[in-house]
Design a protein around this ligand. Structure first.
Ligand code: CUA
Length: 359
């Protein structure tokens, strides 16, 4: 419905752009109509009811109940209409389609860094395939930034200390401007870039050039570098919980509450392990705040997500049972499996879920 040539509007290049514009134009038209109506009435009534004899006294008068009901009921339905329209659009933008491709975004003063599941990294330019939903998982290394691509009608604040997600599906091949839309310091206006929307075949060719190994496999190297594998073994003998198959499942905490092991939970558990201690385990994990940067956090989380559910020899998946605090405390290293075999066991399968995303 929007002429794309209209110079005040950016092109519509995503699945939601048309709907966002339609709602926006409706609000503008409604506000314009009301403003006009009010001004016309002001002038008309001021003239009509002006005081003609100098000493005229105003007449008393109450509006009828019908008129009163009308100015309550009509605006109510108009506002409910706007609310339902906006809510529908909000849910569309908040619910990421299941088949979305993942892109990990790190914002910092003053650049955008992108990481793909295959390990490709880029700065201030994001390559994506056309007609494919893209899920952005975003965090900031310093202050609040905001990821804004006008052509997609997508804008999401990027915060330090937690992950925010957004998604878009570009509908046309091309190059679209990316802005930081939150004042973030001296070079805020220079924190810009491009989103390159490509044909799927061109995108595959682009992916094939230059990768340092998948995000999960880079995470595995870090997992060993920070010696996470000495406590988080692949069987239930370690001092920390088994991480295989953990992602997306409910976790029982020492305070009796249950949380879902999502990206934000994993992130917090690395940086501030004492915040949510898993039931049956001691709060002995050191913090990695200040040691692991945002990009490495994304790699570690990608690795944990890719870890397969451990299988016990009988063929039944190992159920993570809360271990008694005494056994965890009394034999800190005696019962723990040697780190090396545990690490190799996960090496063989860690990369697999990745291939599905990156054929
Ligand atoms: Cu980042 Cu403004």
């Amino acid at each position: 419905m929007m002429p794309t040539a209209f110079p005040l509007f950016p092109e519509q290049v995503s699945t939601v752009a048309r709907d966002v514009d339609a709602l926006y134009l409706f609000l503008c038209a409604l506000s314009g109509f009301m403003t006009l109506l009010i001004f016309i009435l002001i002038f008309y009534l001021a003239l009509k009811y002006r005081r003609t004899p100098e000493n005229e006294i105003p007449q008393e008068g109450e509006p009828g109940p019908l008129l009163e009901a009308a100015w309550i009921i009509i605006p109510f339905f108009i506002f409910m209409f706007i609310f339902l329209w906006g809510a529908r659009l909000y849910f569309t933008e908040a619910r990421v389609p299941d088949d979305a491709l993942d892109v990990y975004v790190t914002a910092k003063q003053w650049m955008w860094k992108f990481q793909h599941p295959g390990g490709q990294r880029e700065i201030n330019t994001l390559h994506v395939p056309v007609n494919r939903p893209i899920r952005l998982t975003m965090a900031s290394e310093d202050v609040i930034h905001s990821f804004f691509v006008p052509a997609f009608r997508v804008k999401q604040d990027v915060l330090p200390n937690r992950y925010k997600t957004a998604w878009f599906q570009a509908t046309r091949v091309g190059r679209y401007h990316l802005f930081c839309a939150e004042y973030c310091g001296t070079l805020h206006s220079g924190m810009i870039g491009w989103v390159e929307v490509m044909q799927p075949t061109d995108y595959q060719r682009w992916l094939a050039g230059g990768s340092e190994g998948s995000l999960a496999s880079q995470g595995e190297i870090l997992f060993q570098k920070y010696a996470c594998n000495t406590c988080h073994t692949s069987d239930a003998t370690g001092r920390g919980p088994v991480l295989g198959g953990l992602f997306g499942t409910p976790v029982q905490l020492t305070d009796g509450s249950v949380v879902t092991a999502d990206d934000n939970y994993l992130r917090e558990s690395i940086l501030n392990p004492q915040a949510k201690v898993v039931r049956g385990f001691q709060p002995i994990m050191p913090t990695f705040q200040g040691q692991v940067n945002e990009e490495d956090l994304l790699k570690l989380i990608a690795y944990v997500k890719a870890l397969p559910k451990p299988v016990v020899p009988g063929g039944v998946p190992a159920v993570q049972s809360p271990r008694s605090a005494t056994s965890a405390g009394s034999t800190p290293s005696g019962t723990a499996a040697p780190p090396a075999p545990a690490a190799t066991a996960t090496t063989a399968t860690a990369g697999q879920p990745d291939k599905r995303n990156n054929p």
